[in-house]
Design a protein around this ligand. Structure first.
Ligand SMILES: Cc1cc2nc3c(=O)[nH]c(=O)nc-3n(C[C@H](O)[C@H](O)[C@H](O)COP(=O)(O)OP(=O)(O)OC[C@H]3O[C@@H](n4cnc5c(N)ncnc54)[C@H](O)[C@@H]3O)c2cc1C
Length: 263
């Protein structure tokens, strides 16, 4: 680089991650006298707050993902690189992607966060997180497959097992997911199955813990309404009661599939 080139050379800013944070930084620098390189291991920006809708078949994956290139296409000073950053050399001011080093003057790391199993990594196979589109699609497959398996399952106990969903974590995502699964069971799927009544599956009487706790195990189909004790079972609506079988001697309602062909 000669002296003239060096004189016009603008500072190079590398941003790693095109989530909310990285995109906001890139857009803020869009009209500054800098060159921006935005690196992400995915080609799309993901709107994570609606992941639960993809996980419960309410939205398609493409509805919550936008190509990063399209988002910054009008920023002449910004280029997008699809790559995973595997190393950073702070002293040499370089980032490593796939064996290649790129120099920066300023570095912005906006790589987000991931969920944790608090030392119980073996749980991952049974309880996937919900952070990426792949996670959401995998969850959707598991949920829908459970209804399919219940349709052909032998016996009430097996159906109940298949149609009992446990959500660990009753923060916003856990509560939204719980509500969306209830919607799926009580509205979207009710007329699609013959041997099972999907809406009945929410009557799981597994215990729940108070939702006030910061980390809470939320069992079952829906969260207790605010006015109701979190420990008490959900109350049936008038239409639910009309279509439900009579209570057993234990007070619980027995599950019985409707006759084939019934709506
Ligand atoms: C299910 C769910 C629901 C949520 N609901 C809400 C809500 O309702 N309201 C709210 O305010 N917040 C909500 N959040 C939180 C919000 O989505 C996050 O706070 C926000 O996405 C964090 O932004 P970020 O830019 O820090 O990270 P992210 O959005 O996670 O972006 C990180 C980016 O970095 C990339 N990346 C990571 N590592 C590398 C690497 N080594 N090389 C290259 N690229 C890399 C990733 O591919 C990703 O694109 C929710 C989160 C989830 C998961």
């Amino acid at each position: 680089m000669n002296a003239a080139q060096a004189a016009v050379r603008r500072p190079h800013v590398i941003i790693v991650g095109a989530g909310f944070g990285g995109l906001a930084a890139a857009q803020a620098l869009g009209h500054s006298q800098v060159d921006v390189t935005l690196i992400d291991r995915r080609n799309h920006h993901l709107f994570q707050p609606l992941l639960y809708q993809v996980a419960t078949a309410g939205l398609a994956p493409a509805q919550i993902a936008s190509p990063i290139r399209s988002i910054v296409r009008d920023q002449a000073n910004t280029r997008v690189i699809l790559a995973e950053v595997t190393g950073i050399d702070v002293a040499a001011k370089t980032v490593t992607t796939g064996g290649r080093k790129t120099a920066f003057d300023y570095l912005i790391l906006a790589t987000g966060a991931t969920h944790a199993y608090f030392g119980h990594d073996a749980w991952a196979a049974h309880a996937p997180g919900l952070k990426t589109l792949d996670d959401a699609v995998d969850l959707r497959r598991r949920v829908l497959t459970a209804f399919e398996a219940a349709e052909t399952a032998c016996g009430e106990a097996e159906r109940r097992r298949l149609l009992t969903f446990a959500i660990v974590g009753a923060g916003p995502t856990g509560v939204e997911l719980s509500g969306a699964i209830a919607e799926l069971a009580r509205r979207a799927l009710t007329r699609d199955f013959r041997a099972i009544r999907t809406a009945m599956a929410r009557r799981s009487s597994l215990p729940s813990q108070p939702m006030r706790r910061a980390r809470c195990t939320n069992w079952g189909w829906r969260c207790a309404p605010a006015a109701q004790s979190p420990m008490s079972p959900p109350t049936a609506s008038a239409s639910d009661r009309k279509s439900s079988p009579p209570p057993t001697s234990s007070g619980r309602r027995a599950w019985a599939p409707p006759p084939l062909g019934a709506g």
